[in-house]
Design a protein around this ligand. Structure first.
Ligand code: ADP
Ligand code: MG
Length: 679
């Protein structure tokens, strides 16, 4: 239903509403109040504090028009316990006519302090001399610029909603089946929405919000449970080649940490089981996840089965191929590298060999999803930096095998509440220690005026054999005069001194060229690498222990942590410099980041700052931003709704097959979160 069906809406207001994203009646229903004013409690000035929302009733004791650069109208209200100034910048003339000394008002607003208590543009309600305070609860809406210029204010919405809810045949799209809400002890969605727009008490509005949160979370929990339940019984246990693991361990240039050994054991145990095994290996950047995955793959491949290792970028896939191939070779296992950049003939050959079982391990990127890639006996899929992939992509790869096992690896430490819902279908395995000898990266905030001093320090370090990543947020030149581009910085650093060689890479570059430069950096032929976030995931050059991040405020903290993880991969001292002016609003947030090396803490901070949707390191994954549910405030709801989902899938309520089908259709329709991937 579009809005023109509503009575009393002129074309100007209609246009303003449309421009603000309110096009249909259902848009209006979901135009949720920003907050609610509880007018049921009257405040006393003597007991109120600056920053509080207050409702006061009192008489005007002084009032006057104050001419100046911006003319203001000011009045003083006395509520019998104290005095507060009321200040009006907008519509001063109008207020000058209505607010006169001796009149009685109910005023609502946030108590400020400027030469005494004051309320700027409070809501004003005229009261008769003997009129009693008749409280109520009122929703407060966000008013957009467009709405404001079409004279749409709070009052407009407050009178609009009774009309909306009086419409015959009003319904909400995608409402859950009534049987379901009833089972959960919830009111119908429409009724809850009404309680948000026209509540009688504050508690009613809060209750409605809670109910809507539960309903919003349910489809996610249902899908998670369905996925977990779909893990199949293989029927027979798998025998792993333990001696392949022992041999490979012996030829590693280091000994595994206790955490790594335990992770390998846990994974192998899962792989041996009769049931399909899906696990999440979580470990901070640099904790050494790759070798864990490699050992498990070795054990599977040595038994004649096939494994696929999937990485989000070409750089990373090539790096894995290069570092793992020698171990596979030694064990007599054939390995292939499959990238989007491979020629059609190459792809055909690789795919043919996989299909015939001549190759046991394939390492690749998204190219592995391709329909043409077929396997003879794919039984183990490993996905690195899994947050870069969607659930659907993951599933596409799994389909190529016969109920294969799955290991997804993530360096994004996820708070437990979140992990339970996002990855509730995966067995958690945590690597919580880094290889011995690693020191925390020394992270410092550098004022832009110290840029040259910093460069001098960096040069001194580079001369002793160190290498430097310089991260910028942009590829092109920024017209807005903000952050510098890759080329600008590369130019700046080259002209700073000829004592270091500078290379630059970014995502829009030819891949061969990019790999060539990265290799030159890895081998030390160039010592300074100016780069965009293409280096964020996985890139491993242990000799590079210096990093500068230009315009760090443009990144989320979790992403900065990933970037910082590129250094400190050896046993040397490692530095990370964040260039940010002392005056930047991001300064405080970045200092908190600089003060900790703990990925979980940083993930928590990031979640507080930017919401869970951004946590996974990608702006595009905002699909996880819920309308009602809040990952931080409402985390205790998760377990309850997971339990509800279990009950529904077990059909504890005894729904008829028709109702079950309706429910299934409903949750399949609801937003998919990051299921479609973030690319
Ligand atoms: P991530 O967990 O971030 O993927 P990697 O697997 O890339 O980390 O490992 C980071 C670096 O640590 C690599 O150079 C790797 O060879 C090295 N490494 C892994 N395990 C150990 C260990 N037990 N002792 C020393 N170095 C290790
Ligand atoms: Mg890694």
């Amino acid at each position: 239903m579009d809005l023109s069906t509503l009575p009393g809406l002129g074309p100007k207001r209609l246009k303003a509403l449309n421009a603000s994203g309110l096009r249909s009646v259902s848009d209006l229903l979901y135009n949720i109040p920003r907050t609610w004013l509880d007018r049921t409690r009257l405040n006393k000035l003597s007991e109120s504090h600056v920053g509080e929302n207050v409702i006061l009733i009192g008489k005007i004791t002084r009032a006057g028009f104050i001419p100046g650069r911006t003319s203001r109208y000011m009045a003083v209200l006395d509520d019998g316990t104290g005095q507060v100034s009321l200040v009006f910048f907008r519509g001063a003339r109008h207020w000058a006519k209505t607010i006169s000394v001796g009149t009685r008002w109910c005023v609502i607003g946030k108590l400020g302090n400027y030469r005494g208590l004051q309320l700027v543009h409070p809501e004003m309600q005229r009261m008769g001399d003997d009129e009693d305070f008749s409280g109520g609860i009122e929703p407060v809406y966000t008013i957009t610029e467009e709405e404001h210029s079409a004279k749409i204010e709070q009052k407009f919405f407050r009178t609009l909603y009774p009309k909306v809810f009086a419409m015959p045949n009003l319904s909400v799209p995608d409402a859950p089946p009534a049987e379901l809400t009833e089972f959960m002890g919830l009111k119908p969605v429409l009724q809850n929405l009404k309680s948000l727009h026209m509540p009688k008490t504050f508690a009613e509005a809060m209750q409605a919000k809670l109910q809507l949160k539960k309903l919003e979370l349910l489809p996610f929990c249902l899908r998670m449970n369905v996925r977990r339940r779909s893990l199949a019984f293989r029927g027979q246990a798998r025998t792993l080649n333990d001696s392949a693991i022992a041999d490979a361990k012996a030829s590693l240039p280091f000994t595994l940490t206790a955490g790594q050994s335990k992770a390998v054991d846990q994974i192998c145990e899962g792989l041996r089981g009769k049931k399909q095994f899906h696990a999440l290996l979580q470990g901070d950047v640099g904790s050494g996840k790759t070798v864990v995955a490699m050992l498990a793959m070795l054990a599977v491949a040595k038994g004649g089965e096939q494994c696929a290792l999937m990485a989000p970028t070409d750089i990373l896939a090539r790096q894995h191929y290069k570092s793992l191939k020698p171990f596979f070779d030694k064990a007599g296992i054939r390995t292939a590298l499959l990238l989007g950049a491979c020629s059609a003939t190459e792809k055909k050959t690789i795919s043919g060999e996989l299909q015939m079982g001549m190759t046991q391990v394939v390492i690749g990127t998204h190219a592995l999803f391709s329909k043409d890639v077929l396997f003879q006996n794919l039984t183990f899929v490993v996905i690195d930096e899994q947050h870069r992939f969607g659930v659907n992509q993951r599933e596409a790869l799994l389909k190529k095998g016969h109920f294969p096992d799955l290991l997804v690896m993530s360096a994004t430490p996820i708070p437990r509440s979140l992990a339970m819902t996002l990855y509730g279908d995966l067995t958690p395995i945590v690597l919580n220690e880094k290889p011995a000898g690693r020191k925390p990266v020394k992270t410092r905030l550098v004022d832009p005026t110290k840029r040259d001093d910093m460069k001098k320090f960096l040069l001194k370090e580079v001369k002793t054999g160190n290498r430097l990543y310089w991260v910028v947020s942009r590829v092109e030149i920024d017209d807005e005069g903000g952050a510098k581009s890759v080329d600008e910085v590369a130019e700046e650093l080259s002209s700073f001194t000829s004592e270091w060689k500078v290379g630059a890479i970014h995502g829009q570059m030819d891949e061969e060229e990019r790999d060539r430069i990265l290799n030159e950096f890895a081998s030390g032929k160039i010592q300074v690498l100016v780069a965009t976030t293409v280096i964020e995931v996985g890139v491993n050059v242990p000799e590079a222990n210096l990093m500068v991040i230009d315009a760090p405020e443009r990144f989320g903290l979790a992403q900065l942590h990933q970037l910082r993880g590129r250094v400190g991969r050896g046993n040397q001292d490692a530095w990370c410099f964040l260039i940010v002016p002392q005056t930047s609003p991001a300064h405080e947030r970045l200092s908190r980041f600089a003060s900790t090396d703990n990925g979980f803490e940083i993930a928590e901070m990031d979640m507080q700052d930017r919401g869970a949707g951004n946590l996974e390191g990608s702006e595009q994954s905002g699909a996880w931003v819920f309308r009602w549910f809040d990952w931080i405030q409402d985390k205790e709801l998760i377990q309850r709704i997971l339990d509800t989902a279990e009950e529904i899938l077990d059909n504890k309520p005894g729904f008829s097959p028709e109702v079950q089908e309706k429910i299934q259709k409903w949750y399949a329709l609801m937003p998919q979160g990051n299921a479609d991937g973030v690319h």
